[in-house]
Design a protein around this ligand. Structure first.
Ligand code: IVH
Length: 677
């Protein structure tokens, strides 16, 4: 009897754990809004796995532990599609979108049509069949008629439910086929490539290849270890389901079943609106966590899709708008070596200028010498360049077929190209660096960093002035900027009375900045803006920070061993000590003012982000108030953001907050919270 009760208890815990895991998978992979840490998630998973091992009779096929099959796939079986997985015709300009609308208006008047517009995900298409609510089969697109059976692998994708769940008591369909794209997030792709590289394995050229290579693994365990995602964008055969009349309704129905639906779809009533939405995403594409190569425009109402029809290859009722290509081929003319603030030498490719996605490119980063080795690139090579998320273009690969044999190897410099010091490499770092802290290149870049807005905020001390000061030997080390005289400045080209006065005032004003800004400005390796703030608040003076031991530093949650070591090294260095002494002598503040905690601590434990302009105060003032009321502020939205305050003309942070489901308030509500209304 007792045994029976115990077993009942185990079973109910198992069921509870399965529900919890399913819920958190959904939050993480579908909504992108995790509620618990990876650690807590792993704990739940381990507990379930253990209980199932003890009581194998309770294992069910839809248990989260059953996502990964022990089987190895011998060959991918062919699966005939229920009906063809068509491709899409492409357009490349606004005009071509209007032409398409004109073509379909012959079938249905434009005024009756609605369009659903959504990002074109750069992944691989896949179809999934649910039979009586259970995941039955999954297949790749293949040639459009027949695909490959990848069921065991798709089951390992955690955003894909193994069983459909009905949230509003809608009937579970007898047969429900969803089609979509398997993709990999950009950050996951970078991480995977790093891991593969460390293991000495072949890396992937881009997230799409990584997604495809991961899905088409013979061992589902490998697929399970790859962070794949699936987003539904269309449907296949459907039987015994609630009737839907539009694509939008279909997507909503999918959401009801907890299926992962494509994000940012929008129903537009006019083609003007369609074009506007496409161009909006063309500008914003880099903000997404995954790559998109265009937008897909589809007729929303299903009855009109039937009227408009399809050709053998592609539907007439849909079209892809492809973004301008951001890749081009050109010739690598030479490589220049740039020396950064910390002495790191970065090889930069000088290219034969080439047009790429609307801009002319003549330079590309090569990151470091390992990258040169990996690419196997030589001077004179024809290379494929790409302008991706970041502003600086990069070299993707060498076009080997264009080799003539006359290409020259890129040599690692033995001497710093600026000051001539012997170059060093500190294992295990990949970087080669100039060890001379007074190397003019290092001094120029340190000044630029020191003077920027987020640091000491010295207006008028940008790149060109920093270069002039160092070139004319008025500044040999960072602290010299506080000893500049008006006469010296007036001796510089383009410096007149007003400009010299303004710069001197800005330099003088910077002396009052809090310690946190100074620490960040000093450019201690691994110490970013946030870390500088934490350190300044914790130690309150430069003196105390300089005395702190490595262990003491490491006891601060935000400071890891690498940062702690770097801080100690910085302060032990004679050159840094001299700079700090000189700064102190010049009257630069070395204290962190105590933030007086005023009023109720209503933002305690919260991280608040502002976007757009506020009418009642400046952003800095608003941030100050949040800090006084116990909160933290950040400049970008992430999963750890607690609250986003939206002002006039908000930027992308607003979209990101919506996407992540973070609490959003407007200025009025903010003022109410802080008691100013
Ligand atoms: S709708 C009838 N929507 O693009 C075709 N396709 O070039 C229905 N794709 O094979 C496709 N994102 O796999 C659609 N939002 C999206 C898409 C999308 C990516 C892929 C799809 C198709 C290919 C066509």
């Amino acid at each position: 009897m007792k045994e029976k009760i115990d077993k009942q208890k185990v079973l109910s815990r198992i069921k509870q754990l399965r529900e919890l895991i399913k819920y958190h998978d959904y939050r993480y992979y579908v909504l992108n809004q995790p509620e618990i840490s990876d650690y807590e998630y792993d704990k739940l998973y381990k507990e379930l796995k253990q209980l199932e091992e003890q009581y194998p009779e309770f294992i069910t096929p839809d248990s989260p532990t059953q996502r990964v099959s022990g089987e190895v796939i011998k060959e991918f079986k062919p699966i005939k599609h229920t009906f063809p997985m068509l491709s899409l015709d492409n357009t490349y300009s606004e005009n071509e979108i209007y032409d398409w609308a004109e073509r379909i208006s012959k079938y249905v008047p434009l005024k009756n049509l609605e369009f659903i517009v959504e990002p074109k995900l750069d992944g691989l298409s896949c179809t999934i069949h649910y039979v009586d609510g259970k995941l039955h089969t999954a297949a790749t697109r293949g040639d459009g008629e027949t695909g490959e059976d990848v069921t065991l692998n798709v089951k390992t994708i955690r955003s894909v439910p193994l069983t459909l769940e009905s949230k509003h008591k809608l009937p579970i369909p007898k047969f429900f086929e969803v089609r979509g794209e398997v993709i990999m997030f950009k950050k996951d792709f970078e991480k995977l490539n790093k891991e593969l590289q460390q293991k000495g394995q072949q890396t992937f050229a881009n997230p799409r290849n990584a997604a495809s290579g991961s899905l088409r693994q013979k061992d589902p365990k490998i697929t399970a270890s790859r962070p794949l995602r699936f987003y539904i964008h269309s449907y296949g055969k459907i039987e015994g389901s609630t009737k839907v009349e539009s694509d939008e309704e279909f997507l909503e129905l999918c959401k009801n079943f907890s299926l992962p639906v494509i994000q940012y779809f929008k129903v537009c009533k006019t083609i003007d609106e369609v074009v506007k939405y496409c161009l909006e995403w063309q500008n914003k594409r880099d903000e997404l966590e995954y790559e998109i190569d265009g937008m897909v425009i589809k007729v929303n109402q299903l009855k009109f899709r039937d009227t408009i029809g399809s050709t053998l290859k592609a539907p007439r009722w849909a079209i892809a708008y492809k973004f301008p290509a951001r890749q081009a081929t050109t010739v690598l003319k030479s490589v220049v070596m740039q020396v950064g603030r910390t002495g790191v030498i970065t090889p930069v490719a000088e290219l034969e200028p080439v047009e790429c996605g609307g801009v002319t490119i003549s330079r590309a980063t090569l990151h470091n010498f390992d990258e040169i080795k990996r690419l196997g690139v030589r001077i004179g090579d024809t290379v494929l360049v790409e302008r991706a998320g970041e502003v600086i273009p990069k070299i993707v690969k060498v076009v080997e077929s264009k080799r003539t044999g006359k290409e020259k190897e890129i040599e690692i410099p033995k001497k710093c190209p600026v000051c001539g010091s012997n170059v060093v490499k500190e294992e295990p770092e990949v970087a080669y660096r100039c060890p001379n802290s007074s190397c003019p290149a290092q001094v120029i870049n340190s000044i630029i960093h020191f003077a920027k807005r987020e640091a000491m905020d010295i207006e008028g001390l940008g790149e060109s002035v920093a270069e002039l000061l160092v070139e004319k030997k008025l500044v040999k080390k960072l602290s010299d900027i506080y000893y500049l005289t008006k006469e010296q400045l007036l001796s510089l080209p383009l410096f007149k009375e007003k400009k010299a006065n303004n710069l001197l005032t800005a330099i003088e004003r910077s002396k009052q900045k809090p310690l946190s800004k100074l620490l960040y400005g000093l450019g201690i390796r691994h110490v970013g803006e946030k870390a500088a703030e934490v350190l300044a608040e914790r130690f309150s003076s430069m003196e105390k920070l300089m005395q702190a031991s490595e262990i003491e530093l490491q006891s601060i949650p935000e400071v890891g061993p690498v940062m702690a070591k770097s801080i100690k090294e910085f302060f032990a260095n004679k050159y840094s000590q001299e700079i700090i002494t000189q700064l102190k002598k010049a009257g630069v503040n070395m204290i962190q003012p105590k933030v007086e905690k005023k009023g109720a601590q209503i933002f305690a434990g919260m991280t608040v982000v502002f976007t757009g302009e506020l009418d009642s105060m400046t952003r800095t003032q608003a941030e100050e108030i949040v800090k006084q009321m116990g909160g933290n502020t950040a400049s970008s939205v992430s999963r750890s953001t607690s609250l986003v305050v939206v002002g006039r003309n908000p930027g992308s942070k607003y979209e990101k907050a919506k996407q992540l489901g973070i609490r959003i308030i407007y200025e009025d509500e903010f003022l109410q919270m802080i008691g100013q209304k």
